[in-house]
Design a protein around this ligand. Structure first.
Ligand SMILES: [Fe+2]
Length: 188
């Protein structure tokens, strides 16, 4: 398996599926999770940390594929994705804390889910989460999104004040640094 095969399988699955594209993508994730080492190998050429342009190996209007790598101690600020999102954990472990966005932009904490290699975690469009590495080794996963995740309007929340703002990559790292310095995910 190589990255081109992953791209081909996911794009063939979601194309033309419209509002059901998430089901098609999750079906592919459930097929490839039987070969975690193969999936990790296909993305091994992707370097760097975080979930940004360096880790994206495919983006289109209806699909993005990223290898996301969070080192120990890394926690994201609360954010959304502008589309549905699905994670296949490949190595390490990661805690996802999920929030409901209220009409006024405030957040209500809902639950936390711990992911291990082989775990599949799905978030519908509009879901807000915090992801954090909970292992000594980096938490590495294949992240699949139902849109151009680095090109659509998204929201992020200040981890200290929980104030909603546009996701702006030039400001994101400051929020991530403060989120990582905290004892846990906000409100959790
Ligand atoms: Fe995310």
């Amino acid at each position: 398996m190589d990255a081109a095969e992953l791209v081909a399988r996911f794009s063939a699955a979601v194309d033309g599926q419209g509002e059901y594209s998430h089901k098609a993508a999750v079906a592919i994730i459930n097929e490839i999770k039987e070969d975690l080492d193969e999936v990790a190998g296909a993305m091994s050429y992707l370097t760097g940390s975080g979930g940004n342009a360096l880790q994206a190996f495919y983006r289109s209007e209806n699909l993005s594929l990223l290898k996301v790598r969070f080192p120990n101690g890394r926690r994201t600020p609360p954010h959304d994705h502008g589309s549905w999102a699905a994670i296949l954990m490949l190595s390490g472990s990661e805690r996802n804390s999920v929030y409901k966005r209220n009409d006024d932009g405030s957040l209500t904490y809902e639950r936390s889910v711990d992911l291990e290699p082989g775990s599949v975690f799905f978030m519908p469009a509009g879901a807000v989460h915090v992801a954090e590495c909970t292992s000594d080794d980096p938490a590495i996963g294949l992240h699949v999104y139902g849109g151009n995740v680095l090109g659509v309007e998204r929201k992020m929340w200040d981890p200290d004040t929980l104030k909603e703002q546009e996701l702006d990559w030039s400001k994101y790292e400051d929020l991530a640094r403060r989120a990582s310095a905290a004892d846990g995910a906000p409100l959790a």
